[in-house]
Design a protein around this ligand. Structure first.
Ligand code: IMP
Length: 178
């Protein structure tokens, strides 16, 4: 599957992503209290570009931490079984936390990771996903903020990969096998 030739059709432009992040950051700003330093937790690896752009739009005191969960491996199918490959460096008990995801697909990753973070008793936990594929959902989960709802297509770019490729595209594109 991964060595079949494919092309990438642009789905969401870099300009649209930037405009949406500006809107989202205003909503996030209004939600959190600037006296309680926010911990922005990026879910590796797919969120690394999104989190970089998002935090630069957030006019709030923040810390950044990362968590890595297993997902698709090298394929196009969710494994459903979520494992933590790299845990947070810092404690989040009593803190305000914003979890940043690239895509909510079946919902298993968001479900597992939010349960894990909640068990550490943060003061508040909110979630944001750049993309959401609602038609693929297997677990009833939705991020508090979503950048864009997209159809059931396999997408790459803006941090998101297909078998570790195409993360460095500045836009979101869909994979079309040729
Ligand atoms: P879920 O657990 O099925 O919701 O999967 C979430 C994770 O699967 C995301 O964080 C991505 O890493 C990966 N994923 C889901 N859809 C895609 C896609 O279209 N392209 C690349 N990775 C995807």
């Amino acid at each position: 599957m991964t060595n079949r030739p494919y092309v990438i059709d642009e789905m969401i432009s870099a300009k649209s992503i930037a405009a949406r992040i500006e809107e989202l950051s205003r909503e996030i700003h209004d939600e959190f209290d600037s006296t309680n330093k926010l911990v922005v937790v990026g879910l590796l690896r797919g969120s690394f570009v999104f989190i970089a752009d998002l935090v630069r739009e957030l006019d709030l005191p923040i810390e950044v931490d990362f968590l890595e969960a297993s997902s698709y491996g090298d394929g196009m199918e969710s494994s459903r079984e979520v494992r933590i490959l790299k845990d947070l460096r810092g404690a989040i008990e009593g803190r305000d936390v914003l979890l940043v995801e690239d895509i909510v697909d079946t919902g298993h990753t968001l479900h597992h990771v939010t349960n894990l973070l909640k068990s550490r008793e943060p003061a508040r936990l909110k979630t944001i996903a750049l993309l959401d594929k609602p038609t693929r959902r297997e677990v009833d989960m939705k991020a508090d903020w979503t950048g864009f709802e997209i159809p059931d297509e396999f997408v790459v770019g803006y941090g998101i990969d297909f078998a570790q490729r195409n993360r460095n595209l500045p836009f979101i594109g869909k994979v079309r096998f040729t």
